[in-house]
Ligand binder design. Structure first.
Ligand code: AMP
Ligand code: MG
Length: 495
């Protein structure tokens, strides 16, 4: 490996109160499930080395990688609204921060590599199902352009894990800008009543928002990192949730410990993409109250940002009133930030150069029509894109999507609105309205096969989802909404 790439350990260096050295627990019979060549090359992992027994042993936690220092982080978090004062990496181990040839610094974690001091009685392992789901969905999200943690590899352990039933175990290698969460800040602010808070806030701000911090300091030399962190996390999360809403992604567990400060989507537990549109759609088996329903996501992320703001108060200003005023103003900017990011996505999806006040009603009617007629979210948008571009005749879309009468009527209004729209906005519709998304019933098929030791479905789907905005051969099976008997309505954390 070249001198510029390799592991460093800045979080470990920050102090033992943040992260605890922990070894992976070896497994009996490591085997490859999936390997992400393109991510490996971004990381600067040599090709020749990537597929070796040595790499496999490292990814299974049997032989530590050169230069890694496995460690588990502590954090806390509001889970379904109630504060849990101590959580942590219960089934994840940070191998270190990997410095890439392009100069990026990325956390590399093994997920499912055995118990840690934060396992709270859990086994620190993962069944193959959740590993396959995370691999597929996180990589599909990346291809859709959504900020997300990535999947570098998935390996089978050869050991069973016991949940409701005996299941084959697996380990995912996850890559993120970092795994610092709102919950990380909460642990030091709330559980530890401020001890260790300033160092982790400074660290997170410099690591993720160094440029914004420098720019803020140019304007105002005394600006505190906490102010910059709150503002930048607010912007990043507003953009993130707007992106989710624009593609019908339902995260499923928007607890504060599942919100990364870097603004990437994390924790692909009971997540799912909607097929037929419903604002109240919920998949997670544990979300009985619908707290994290599709339409609630922006409000929940706003609430989570409020929790971060509360944690940062003592570092925002020595004067409590001034601190509260700053934090409140920053948190209050979230709805507007979300709305403008979401409006930009919608404008692009509907082929509009910009959003006018009266467009809101037209768009609202579109969603009402989808919900009323149980129309597929993804295909309805693609249908608009193909109508506008005149490509319907050339693609198989009409075989799998027919508009309802109501949608056809709506379409006339929409075409009137688009009269005179530029060719660019029209072409762009094809680049923002995907043909394929990681539909739940297909993910479920990949999981069922993987549980039988067959990783072929995973491979096929993963490869198809890398190019989501264009049609490909034999695409009906990937693009079609599920038949009623195929549809998956419930998802599980599967931990
Ligand atoms: P999650 O639902 O994935 O956000 O997990 C919530 C918390 O439970 C995190 O702190 C995890 O580390 C922990 N956890 C989940 N599954 C396990 C497991 N199998 N063993 C140990 N800890 C776990
Ligand atoms: Mg989590």
């Amino acid at each position: 490996m070249s001198a510029t790439t390799g592991f460093q350990h800045s979080l470990v260096a920050l102090g033992s109160e943040y992260i605890t050295p922990t070894s992976a627990t070896p497994v009996s019979a490591p085997d490859w499930i999936a390997w992400n060549d393109s991510l490996a090359s971004e990381l600067g992992w040599p090709d020749a080395w990537s597929h070796t027994e040595e790499a496999l042993a490292g990814l299974a936690g049997n032989t530590p990688f050169d230069g890694s220092q496995p460690a588990a982080s502590v954090y806390a978090g509001h889970q379904f609204g109630s504060y849990n004062p101590q959580l942590g990496d219960g089934r994840a181990l940070l191998l270190g921060e990997w410095h890439t040839p392009a100069g990026h610094v990325l956390d590399i974690q093994l997920k499912g590599a055995g118990p840690t001091p934060y396992s709270r009685g859990g086994d620190g392992r993962s069944p193959v199902g959740p590993v396959v789901r995370e691999y597929l969905v996180s990589e599909a999200m990346h291809a859709l352009g959504v900020p997300t943690t990535r999947a570098l590899a998935a390996v089978a352990t050869g050991d069973p894990v016991y949940r409701q039933t005996r299941e084959p175990g697996a380990i995912l290698t996850r890559v993120a800008d970092s795994h610092l969460r709102i919950g990380t800040i909460q642990f030091f602010a709330m559980t530890r009543r401020g001890a260790g808070l300033e160092d982790i806030v400074n660290y997170a701000t410099e690591r993720h928002y160094g440029t914004a911090l420098a720019a803020a300091r140019d304007q105002e030399p005394d600006v505190t990192p906490a102010r910059v962190l709150l503002e930048e996390v607010g912007k990043a999360l507003a953009g993130l949730v707007a992106h989710w809403q624009s593609i019908g992604f339902i995260h499923g567990v928007l607890n504060t410990d599942n919100m990364l400060l870097c603004g990437q989507t994390v924790d692909y537990g009971p997540c799912a993409f909607m097929d037929a549109f419903a604002a109240g759609r919920v998949f997670s088996s544990i979300d009985s109250g619908g707290r994290y329903a599709f339409g609630n996501q922006p409000g929940i992320v706003h609430w989570n940002l409020g929790v971060l703001a509360q944690c940062l108060l003592p570092l925002i200003d020595d004067d409590e009133e001034a601190a509260v005023a700053y934090a409140q103003a920053s948190v209050d900017r979230f709805p507007e930030r979300f709305s403008s990011a979401y409006a930009a996505h919608l404008a692009a999806k509907f082929g509009l150069a910009g959003m006018r006040e009266d467009d809101k009603q037209l768009i609202e009617q579109f969603f009402q029509q989808l919900e009323q007629d149980s129309l597929d979210f993804t295909l309805a948008f693609r249908w608009l894109a193909e109508m506008a571009n005149g490509t319907l005749e050339q693609t198989p879309l009409s075989q799998i999507f027919s508009p309802s009468d109501g949608l056809s009527d709506w379409c006339e209004q929409w075409q009137l609105r688009r009269k005179g729209a530029s060719g660019d906005t029209t072409t762009r519709m094809l680049a923002v309205n995907p043909v394929v998304i990681p539909r739940n019933h297909l993910v479920a098929r990949a999981i069922a096969a993987a549980e039988q030791g067959d990783y072929g479905v995973l491979k096929t789907l993963n490869s198809r989802w890398q190019d989501p905005f264009a049609w490909s051969d034999n695409d009906l099976q990937f693009a079609a909404a599920p038949e009623p008997e195929e549809a998956v309505h419930r998802t599980f954390c599967g931990t």
